[in-house]
Design a protein around this ligand. Structure first.
Ligand code: FES
Length: 126
């Protein structure tokens, strides 16, 4: 099946972002954006301190549900950064290493506690 048949008519893909406080946000973005940028542009409290250089691991998310197509497996620097995260598990990814497209359409990600803004956590998230 050609790639284009998976796209929405307007080429916009929707990802569900889940926060530890129970909030959920439906985020729309065109193909080819870093998911970290989409989270940040929608005002969600993700630290992403290195700006997407795969150097900080503060864009840690847990994949909570699949998109229309499978995500490619983490590799290289992403695997190295994930290995440095205390509470990483098999669902862990770095949002800056996930590009939007059919693989993020319907995808659900839960922002990890270690990647949230300090003031968001201080506001009572448990
Ligand atoms: S933003 Fe730093 S590793 Fe993703």
């Amino acid at each position: 099946m050609p790639h284009d048949e998976w796209m929405e008519p307007d080429g916009v893909f929707t990802t569900l972002a889940l926060l530890p406080n129970g909030e959920s946000h439906s985020l729309q973005a065109p193909a080819g954006w870093r998911l970290m940028e989409v989270l940040r542009d929608h005002g969600l409290p993700i630290r992403a301190e290195c700006g997407g250089a795969c150097a900080c691991a503060t864009c840690h998310v847990h994949v909570a549900g699949p998109g229309r197509l499978p995500l490619s497996a983490p590799e290289g620097d992403e695997l190295d950064r994930l290995a440095e995260i205390f509470d990483a598990d098999d669902s862990s990814r770095l949002a800056c290493q996930i590009l939007t497209g059919p693989q993020t359409d319907g995808l659900a990600v839960r922002l990890a506690m270690d990647s949230l803004w300090d003031d968001f956590v201080a506001g009572g998230v448990s």
